[in-house]
Design a protein. Structure first.
Length: 292
């Protein structure tokens, strides 16, 4: 999935709004959206979840998703599949067969883990990263990010001018929101709280909390000299990568649980996924007979 700059996102989605009248009748009131301000619009967890679910459904259809008997799916279910109920939200998990080192969780409880991340981390380290992403959902960071995104595009005012509910978006707008969800960055405080959520989750369920620092260290090393959005988000942005790993270590020391972490034996890498174990959107038929 290509990374798009926030400026391009703003331009494209505003262009989408101008062309969306066939689906969304914004009316004249919407024209003054930016000037009027939208601070008072009620944007609930349910609103954020509805938009997130629609965007994730579109992404699922456009990516190669590991099927139920795929080794990646089996491993993810073993590692994290038993934890589906959060405080006010239900989690669902899928693996994207992509070499990128990435993972994200959205306001509706959708957790998507890239196979590239699973290839470089053992189960405990994977738990730490997924726990961090879920922390953003549990702490309502995902909802707040969605609301901020919606406000920036003046969609809230457009919807509020005619209804108390959010607007229905076009396919193009959903695609832009999906990209923005993955690329979204949180504040230093939110990132720290998500780190703490991950650590506390590991501790509560009896996992090795030292894997938290280990996971951050792996991502920090990989982020050197790269432009990966996920690594940028997890490590380069607030707080500093070394600081995050050090804070996790300090928590373990304070709890009397610290010991040098030794990465567990990694599962055999899955080089190819068969059609039987992978679900993928059918490719469009070629319109040209020209040979490459």
């Amino acid at each position: 999935m290509k990374k798009k700059s926030i400026l391009s996102f703003l331009i494209l989605i505003m262009g989408g709004l101008l062309n969306a009248n066939a689906q969304i009748n914004f009316g004249e009131k919407a024209l003054g959206a930016v000037q009027k301000g939208v601070a008072g619009f009620t944007f609930s967890d349910a609103d954020a979840a509805a938009l997130s679910k629609a965007a994730v459904t579109k992404m699922d259809a456009e990516n190669t998703v590991a099927g139920p008997t795929d080794p990646y799916t089996i491993r993810l279910n073993k590692v994290f599949g038993q934890y589906t109920q959060g405080d006010g939200f239900t989690l669902n998990y899928k693996v994207y067969i992509l070499k990128e080192v990435n993972a994200f969780a959205t306001a509706d409880g959708s957790v998507r883990v890239y196979s590239g991340l699973m290839d470089i981390m053992d189960d405990n380290e994977l738990l730490a990263v997924i726990g961090h992403e879920i922390g953003h959902v549990a702490n309502h960071d995902s909802r707040d990010a969605m609301k901020a995104m919606y406000k920036k595009e003046a969609l809230i005012d457009a919807a509020a001018s005619q209804s108390t509910t959010i607007a229905t978006l076009t396919e193009n707008q959903l695609a832009k929101i999906g990209s923005a969800m993955i690329d979204s960055k949180h504040s230093r405080k939110q990132e720290s709280e998500a780190d703490e959520f991950s650590y506390n989750f590991m501790k509560k369920h009896g996992y090795d909390v030292n894997a938290v620092a280990s996971a951050f260290s792996i991502l920090a090393k990989m982020s050197e000299g790269t432009q990966s959005t996920f690594l940028d988000q997890m490590m380069s942005s607030h707080p500093d990568s070394k600081e995050r790993a050090e804070l996790a270590k300090q928590r373990a020391e304070k709890d009397g649980l610290y010991k040098p972490y030794v990465q567990q034996k990694m599962p055999v890498a899955v080089v190819k996924t068969t059609k039987k174990t992978t679900t993928k959107k059918a490719p469009a038929k070629k319109t040209s007979t020209q040979k490459k």
